[in-house]
Design a protein around this ligand. Sequence first.
Ligand code: TRP
Length: 343
Amino acid sequence: MSNGATSSKREIVVSGIRSTGVLHLGNYFGAMRNYVRMQEDYDCYFFIADWHSLTTHPDTKGLSGSVHRVLAEYIACGLDPAKVTLYVQSDIPEIAELYLLLNMLAYKGELEKTASFKDKVRQQPENVNAGLLTYPVLMTSDILVHRAVKVPVGKDQEQHLEMARNFGQRFNHRYGQEVFPEPYAFNFGHELLKVPSLDGAGKMSKSENQMATLYLNDDDDLIRKKVMKAKTDAGPTAPNTPMPDYIENLFLLMRLVSDDSTILHYTAAYNDAAIRYGDMKKALAEDMIRFIAPIRESARELEKDKGYLHKVMREGAEKARISAAATLQLVRHAMGMDYRFLS
Ligand code: TRP
């Protein structure tokens, strides 16, 4: 089913990850795992959003390193460059062209109202650049350049997707042709998993409290240290007490990586008010290591093989540009900007 003959009929999926730092367990269960499951049944375009990272990280010293790292991690997590199109955003000039054209249809008022923009204004008042304001237009271009209909992203991207639908429909109406379909957020199977942070406050994230986040690049000892530091208490004093959030979170993490018997064992111990959190955390740490270590090692190997990574980037860009160029041709035609087109 995944051969070229059927690929043109498959639904198109696009998603990107910004190249700002090392991926963590939240990225894995929130994004990567979804991507990996989609690669068999959809026509997938997964990319590294390096232009987007410039809106918040204008210093490009570490950029090349993170682009390689994210690509290596994509592959280490199970994405197969032979099945999906893996590329770097800045290798696709058609995205920039579409961005320019769509910017004329995006209004200052609606862009200023975007939640992510307002957050960023608060976080970096000294750098409220135009790229930050038009971030949703660039994201729209990423998606519409392949005329994608499914976008595997988390809840925090809903508003951006709604804007992508608006911009695409606005283009279609303005220029009188159905160039763009409507893209929707998509999660494979059930609801998206939230991966809680180890300090009981919110989810794992790239930048906040690094000791509360497990990165796919963490060494075994660091994983142990982080898990052992996770917040607990003296334990329940009576059977079947409701769990405090931070304990519930430990069980959530355990459900991601441990087998059923381990989970049952500690759940029963909790309900009997006989749990020893030290033991539970030790077990969790070892299961985390069993999960993370192979991804980490494989990503590190791949990262060293620049020749291979560059081949993946080159071939991915070639495939992505075929799809992107076809869309831009439709776009220019709809706008009457294909001046040398003979009809
Ligand atoms: N905005 C997304 C995020 O921060 C990353 C992204 C950029 C993206 N372009 C995209 C995701 C296109 C899906 C499709 O997570």
